[in-house]
Design a protein around this ligand. Structure first.
Ligand SMILES: [Zn+2]
Length: 125
């Protein structure tokens, strides 16, 4: 006899059949498996982005362990710095925008230069 207290892990409908059956239908089983695949893909993308951000932070830290250093943008690029990834922005009252990778940030200057800074408590909103 089928136990009436089992429900489909996907839709919640009653499941009839073998004791190890988790889904009411093959559609529900397929939907659950697609869901899991897309969750895995999302996790993988986040890991890749996190790795880029951590690398960016490391490049900034090595280039400017104390913060406040001006150097050529190319120096960062040669170290594999990715200008497309950052964690947050800080906009000064003068209208300058600092791009941060965690606690290290930079400001793009004229002549292909960048100013590297450390995050400061007053930058908290
Ligand atoms: Zn179902």
């Amino acid at each position: 006899m089928a136990k009436p207290d089992r429900t489909c892990a996907q839709c919640g409908e009653a499941v009839v059949g073998r004791a190890d059956k988790r889904f009411c239908s093959s559609q529900c089983r397929a939907m659950a498996s697609n869901q899991r695949r897309s969750d895995d893909a999302g996790e993988q993308r986040m890991r890749e982005i996190n790795a880029r951000l951590r690398h960016n932070r490391q490049v900034l830290q090595r280039a400017s362990p104390e913060g406040k250093t001006t150097l050529k943008r190319q120096v960062l690029e040669l170290a594999g710095f990715d200008f497309g990834h950052f964690t947050h922005l800080y906009r000064t009252q003068k209208g300058n925008t600092y791009y941060f990778c965690y606690d290290f940030g930079y400001l793009l200057l004229e002549d292909e230069k960048v100013l590297i800074v450390n995050w400061q408590p007053y930058m908290e909103k």
